[in-house]
Write a new protein. Structure first.
Length: 411
């Protein structure tokens, strides 16, 4: 059993690196090693020279996620001592939005976002995903081979999100480039500047030309969000709507093509896409480590003193696979995983995300039912990064087929 230890921030010896290629290749072995040595709270390094505590105990995570008074999400006490060039600062730094605020500010932003998302028409969204999915499949269906990330999943989730938010293709390209740089931690500062520039254009456009979209509803909300606040609500929506959904589509497709229980379902078996989604959300969630908080003062938890103003990161992957609360392999309709977060910062758009991801997968498999990996699963490359569980590419092959007819317009 791991023993009681001092603050993970001050732990002697090397910390577990969440930004290494070795961690990206096999994070589950790393979680087991962490648990064996430290228990539920682990000293890690998010980026070179940036220490943090990783929570891999399920019950400990639930306690933290439901205690925003002791574990607030406002990072300003931490980031004042972080170099401006830190590559993960755009992912963790303060923004005037619900994800990075506490107290009444959090409530104000959260209510505005929840109201804007709640009015998304599920039937219309189904048709939007179908239209974009078929159009994208038609660009490669005759080739007999494709990379499902660059040619399908990424453009699909981005175009669907642009439609939901009322974003033009021109502005969307700026947003895409900036958001990618932030998630990769490469040229993150430049990416942040490009992202902010694009989103400001979108906000100004929607103030002049309102539409039936989430951006317009945020502008019209009684919270009376100013331009800066609007930009950072949109940062959250794009951040949560692209990378996690993209990775959930891809990770689920990988499971369905490589696991016999699901591989048969591609050809009409008993297990459904939803079953595969539920399993991936448990075993390999697309946003593996996040839900970051920053204690205002030192706090003792599980025999460990966590220091003030240092990141406490919830490992959704580590907690979901905590042997103390194992799911016994029962994943279907099991919602006890932490992939959507928990407590006051839980994802308000989980039903929308489920719809988009499931529809994206079903449209692809309906069009190309004999889809299979182009090579061995063990040869696939996973992208390094402390937060995501993300493949670099997902090459597949299939019998070439004729383009599908595009669905009729909604109106």
């Amino acid at each position: 059993m791991p023993g009681t230890h001092s603050s993970p921030i001050d732990a002697g010896g090397p910390r577990f690196s969440l930004h290494s290629e070795a961690f990206a290749r096999d994070p589950h072995s790393a979680y087991r090693a962490m648990r064996s040595k430290y228990g539920s709270l682990v000293p890690i390094e998010l980026s070179p020279g940036i220490p943090a505590t990783l929570v891999i105990g399920y019950r400990t995570a639930v306690r933290i996620l439901n205690d925003p008074d002791h574990f607030p999400a406002d990072p300003r006490g931490w980031e004042k001592n972080v170099p401006s060039e830190c590559p993960i600062l755009p992912m963790l730094g303060w923004r005037p939005n619900a994800l990075r605020s506490a107290g009444l500010d959090h409530l104000r932003y959260r209510q505005a976002n929840t109201a804007g998302i709640a009015e998304i028409d599920g039937h219309a969204l189904h048709a939007i995903v179908e239209k974009h999915a078929i159009r994208l499949v038609n660009t490669f269906c005759q080739d007999g081979a494709a990379d499902l990330i660059s040619q399908y999943a990424y453009p699909l989730v981005f175009e669907v999100l642009n439609t939901i938010l009322g974003c033009t293709p021109e502005i969307g390209r700026k947003v895409a480039t900036g958001m990618a740089a932030i998630f990769e931690g490469i040229n993150a500062a430049e990416g942040e500047a490009m992202l902010i520039e694009g989103l400001l254009e979108l906000v100004r456009l929607k103030r002049q030309e309102p539409g039936s979209d989430v951006t317009t509803r945020l502008i019209e909300d009684p919270a009376a969000l100013d331009d800066e606040e609007m930009i950072h609500q949109l940062v959250t929506l794009y951040g949560a709507g692209i990378e996690p959904q993209l990775n959930l589509i891809v990770n689920t497709l990988l499971l369905m093509m490589t696991d016999d229980r699901f591989a048969d379902s591609v050809h009409g078996g008993t297990l459904s896409t939803r079953d595969a989604l539920d399993e991936v959300l448990f075993t390999d969630p697309p946003l593996a480590n996040y839900c970051v908080s920053y204690p205002r003062q030192p706090i003792l938890i599980d025999g460990v003193w966590l220091p003030a103003n240092q990141p406490v990161v919830i490992s959704m992957a580590g907690c979901n696979n905590d042997p103390d609360v194992g799911s016994s392999g029962e994943y279907t309709d099991n919602r006890s995983h932490l992939a959507w977060g928990l407590g006051p910062h839980a994802c308000p758009a989980r039903s929308i995300a489920y719809l988009i991801v499931q529809e994206a997968i079903d449209q692809l498999l309906d069009a190309l039912p004999e889809l299979r990996l182009a090579g061995a699963a063990e040869d696939l490359a996973w992208r390094p990064g402390p937060f995501h569980r993300a493949l670099a590419a997902l090459p597949v092959v299939f019998p070439g087929s004729s383009p599908l007819p595009l669905p009729l317009p909604l109106f």
